[in-house]
Each structure stands twice: as structure tokens, then as C-alpha cells.
Ligand binder design. Structure first.
Ligand code: 5GP
Ligand code: ZN
Length: 136
């Protein structure tokens, strides 16, 4: 994808502060970090989101995210780490090249990654479960 910023970063066409790189992924610091050490695992092959990416590449990217989380925890002394990935504008995605966020968490940090707990719609869930089982 010639106009994709993360394709360019992954290919080294735009310089980045690279934490880790192999033949399949590059890991960089987020330009607007939620907390100190916020990193992004970026697959080198373009896929817009989880609905498009190949299973083995996604699996590898998540294994790298796990290693980066452990390394960041040791390096920063953070108390916990959020690993998350947004798909679609409505879900908060702003760069449409799949990436995994690895966000170190500190006491009283300023990251707000928590939803308001809701209530279950049992009837609705039964219908969804039936459809999902059919699809799978
Ligand atoms: P999304 O909202 O798509 O889940 O996450 C996109 C992330 O990419 C944001 O956290 C944003 O700060 C980061 N980002 C956008 N453009 C750049 C860039 O050019 N360089 C880096 N390092 N991060 C970027
Ligand atoms: Zn791309």
C-alpha cells in the first residue's frame, strides 16, 4: 500500500525508533503515547485489520507483543501492561494497517482504557450465539 504510513515505517522508508525487528514485524514507540513506553507491533505485510490478516502473521505478532510486554515491564518498572488492537473506526482504529498496542501501566497514569460495565441482554445473546455457531 503506497500511501500507508505503517507500510512505510515497516519498510524503513520513514525512520523510526525501532525496539525490535524481524522478517515479519517491526516494533516502534507510538508517536503520541498513552503512557511512557507505549509501543506498537506492526506486521510488515499490509492488512487493514483483524478481518484481513493471515492467521500465522497475527499469531507471530501477538507472540512478539508478549515478549515486548515482558521486556517493557522490566525496562520501565511498570505495574501492568495493556495489549490491545482496534479494528474499524467505530472501535477506535485511526491507522488502517493492523497493529498491536503494548501499553505499560503505572499507578495513577493518564491512560483511560476501561469501558463502563453494562447489563446482559439474554435474549439478544442467545440469538447471537446461535448465529455465531452457524458461522463457525
Ligand atoms: P489506532 O488508533 O489505529 O489503534 O492506533 C494508531 C496509533 O498509531 C496511535 O496511537 C497513534 O498515536 C500512532 N501513530 C500514528 N501515526 C504514527 C506515526 O507516524 N508514527 C508512530 N510511531 N506512531 C503513529
Ligand atoms: Zn500498510
Amino acid at each position: 500500500m503506497s500511501d500507508c504510513i505503517f507500510c512505510k515505517i515497516a519498510a524503513g522508508e520513514i525512520p523510526s525508533n525501532t525496539l525490535y525487528e524481524d522478517d515479519k514485524v517491526k516494533v516502534i514507540f507510538d508517536i503520541s503515547p498513552a503512557t511512557l513506553g507505549h509501543a506498537l507491533v506492526i506486521p510488515k505485510e499490509h492488512a487493514a485489520n483483524v478481518f484481513e490478516i493471515q492467521d500465522d502473521l497475527l499469531a507471530h505478532a501477538h507472540i512478539v507483543a508478549k515478549k515486548i510486554a515482558a521486556a517493557l515491564k522490566e525496562a520501565t518498572g511498570c505495574k501492568g501492561v495493556n495489549i490491545l488492537q482496534n479494528n474499524g473506526e467505530v472501535a477506535g482504529q485511526s491507522v488502517f494497517h493492523l497493529h498491536i498496542h503494548v501499553i505499560p501501566r503505572y499507578d495513577d497514569d493518564d491512560a483511560h482504557i476501561k469501558w463502563t460495565p453494562g447489563t446482559q441482554d439474554t435474549e439478544g445473546l442467545d440469538k447471537i450465539a446461535a448465529k455465531v455457531k452457524e458461522i463457525l
